[in-house]
Design a protein around this ligand. Sequence first.
Ligand code: ASP
Length: 325
Amino acid sequence: MKKTILVIHTGGTISMQEDKKTGNVLPRQKNPLTEAEKILNQYANIITEEPFQLPSPHITTKEMYELKLLIEEKLKEHSMIEGVVITHGTDTLEETAYFLDLTVQTSIPIVFTGAMRSSNEIGADGLYNLISSIKVASCEEAKDKGVLVVLNDEIHAAKNVTKTHTSNVSTFQSPQYGPIGIVTKRAVLFHHTPVSREHYPILDISPKIGLLKIHSGMDSSLFYALKDLRYDGVVIEALGQGNVPPATVPGIKSLVEAGIPVVLVSRCFNGIAEDVYAYEGGGKQLKDLGVIFSNGLNGQKARIKLLIALSITKDVQKIEEMFQL
Ligand code: ASP
């Protein structure tokens, strides 16, 4: 029997069209996906919502929060909804997906999808990805796996997935972990289950969190600037195992001393940052200063998590515990 799936369109290339003369890709007045409903209804009974139509670089925490509330409201309103699919621009898709993974408490599947080619381009992948996502959202096995990201026949966990290529349709990858399932011509097959799930309430989306990538020869000026600009938290993408140039240490120290939580991830996209090196600027020194080491998240996701953490508590110890999960 066909299930009832809530499809929420938010914009992105999947909802855009290419101008044949200039090659520019732009949103148009009417979302081409809403015109495909007849096709989608072959796979599920579709309820459609379109709260906004934005390129994903325009998405902020405000829209992420709006999506969370919309899903909760629709699930209350229609008890027959058994899955949710969200179409989203691919640039920041992983951030919105992780935000909902951490803040929406439901066992039904929530699946994000997008496209690398707009709706009228040759080889457009949008409608195909949307149909795959509806199939995944309709699948019993997709329950209780947290927010999923489905593109290019692969199913990824929101926590691990990242956009790895500017234009290739196989852009979404989960470095170190791989996809947790695949979509074949006839089936949806899972081969992994995420071992843990986290859920937090979020009441305040105002915390300002900065994200800085460490580079060779970097100094403390940007860290002092974030402090002067009264940022509430800072994520740093450190080098390798979790180290920084010595000249950045005074700036990092000043943030920690001002009570501003500093979370450290590695700019390597595989592995986990740890306090191994004891030289100046090494992870050991940073940990002793009070820097919080994250458990394998990338910078943009650690930023989302720190925002959620700071909306619940200012206690650095508690925030550190959250980053251990
Ligand atoms: N720039 C586009 C966006 O994120 C890319 C995409 O959707 O694929 O909105």
